[in-house]
Design a protein. Structure first.
Length: 379
């Protein structure tokens, strides 16, 4: 046990993004005393940059079936999660049940879309092939050049910034302590068990359970076992239609990007996928490609006002699936990271899985998301 340490809560959560906050809320509801330690502002990482799609079907990949199953489970949980959150926080997390269209603009893209359709049909997912005329009846702002579209009625969105605010409020109401401007420098251990957390500035907190929910930075905290986690940069634009809502009703996805309507005249246009370490600069080339591609498919995009440009870091593992639950080799450490492109979608189910692990005796922790699957994989 650390000397001269401050006694603290049952559980310290490192990171105040959507994952750490969802865990803090659920853990506090289940009677644990929880403290979130966030080095910046709440939601300062990927969570404030994210578009907020809840999109297991459009993002499905043939090689990621466990992740697809988890995503579908979390998508089903979202309506009740959002309703409970709104009630608990007195703040709306911005859930929109809009559905999504995936569109192709030339023959190559149309052929690729046919393959995506075949995969989804084989997996029993809810998706329908639409001729361009039918797609334009649903979304009149689509360009006449659209060659083919898929209708994905079950992929929706939430507003991640609103989700962060609501989760913070709900977690506080449930009794959690949220400390911002509090950087965790190290996790201390004795005989294979977590004993304390060392903060920048010298403070030490005595704690025997820690949740590592520091997003792309989760592998960079001293004292934690190595995990193969890397940042994947995404550049994104926040746009607004001065004429108000109506340009698009549904999410529109295309090769290399997406447009997500918030329903009030605001749109999010994202996102690049770049392997550049911890770089979060916004580049002319990244923005140009997003605007060029989106504008080809939805010409009205060119008339939108640019409100914000930003870049965030997706926390990615080698199999693109999250790391959830007890770390095994370090007693008291629970992972909650690696959510890559789907952290907003996966927040409800991730919180349940991690909190089950914290309280013990809950549902069995799924092996597909356990840290043990990366044993022997270099960080
Ligand atoms: P983060 O939100 O990054 O939070 C981690 C927090 O930990 C940060 O606030 C950071 O400041 C804090 N921290 C780090 N180190 C320390 C430390 N040492 N001490 C204390 N605090 C620390 N997901 C979807 O589901 N749908 C989408 O449409 C979507 N779109 C995206 C678009 C872009 C451009 C990007 C970049 C991501 C997108 N994502 C999307 C992914 C999603 O944003 C992430 O998976 C999710 O935000 C991860 O949440 P998190 O809480 O794990 O990490
Ligand atoms: N899921 C969308 C993104 O990560 O850009």
């Amino acid at each position: 046990m650390a000397q001269n340490a401050t006694a603290t809560s049952d559980v310290a959560v490192i990171g105040g993004g959507v994952i750490g906050l969802a865990i803090a809320w659920r853990a506090a509801q289940r009677g644990l005393s929880v403290c979130v330690l966030e080095r910046g502002e709440l939601g300062a990482g990927a969570s404030r940059v994210a578009a907020g799609m809840l999109a297991p079907v459009t993002e499905a990949d043939a090689g990621e079936l466990a992740l697809l199953k988890l995503g579908l489970r979390s998508a089903r949980a979202w309506p009740a999660f959002a309703a409970e959150l709104a009630q608990a926080a007195g703040a709306d997390p911005g859930l929109r049940s809009s559905g999504a269209l995936v569109v192709a603009r030339d023959r190559d893209e149309a052929e690729a879309l046919e393959r995506e359709l075949a995969l989804r049909v084989e997996l029993g997912l809810d998706v329908e092939r639409l001729l361009p005329s039918a797609a334009r009846r649903l979304e009149p702002a689509l360009a006449p050049t659209v060659r083919l579209a898929l209708d994905v009625p079950g992929d929706h969105s939430a507003d991640p910034r609103a989700v962060v605010l609501a989760l913070a409020q709900a977690a506080r109401h449930a009794g959690a302590t949220l400390r911002t401007g509090t950087k965790v420098e190290r996790v201390e251990r004795a005989r294979g068990q977590v004993t304390a957390i060392g903060l920048a500035g010298g403070e030490t907190l005595r704690v025997d359970r820690v949740v590592a929910a520091a997003g792309a930075w989760s592998a960079a905290i001293d004292g934690l076992p190595p995990i193969p986690l890397r940042p994947v940069k995404g550049q994104i634009l926040r746009l607004r239609d001065p004429a108000g809502p109506g340009l698009l009703e549904r999410i529109v996805r295309f090769e290399g990007g997406y447009l997500v309507p918030r329903g009030d005249g605001r749109y999010v246009l994202g996102a690049t996928m770049e392997e550049r370490g911890f770089d979060t600069t916004v580049t002319a080339g990244g923005l140009y490609e997003l605007l060029r591609d989106a504008g080809e498919l939805v010409p009205g995009v060119h008339e939108l006002v640019v409100e914000e440009i930003s870049a965030g870091l997706r926390p990615a593992t080698p199999d693109n699936a999250p790391l959830l639950g007890p770390a095994g080799e370090l007693e008291g450490l629970h992972w909650a990271t690696g959510h890559h492109r789907n952290g907003i979608l996966l927040a409800p189910v991730s919180a349940d899985i991690v909190v089950d692990g914290l309280v013990g005796g809950g549902a069995e922790l799924p092996a597909a998301f356990a840290a043990a699957r990366f044993d022997g994989v270099h960080a």
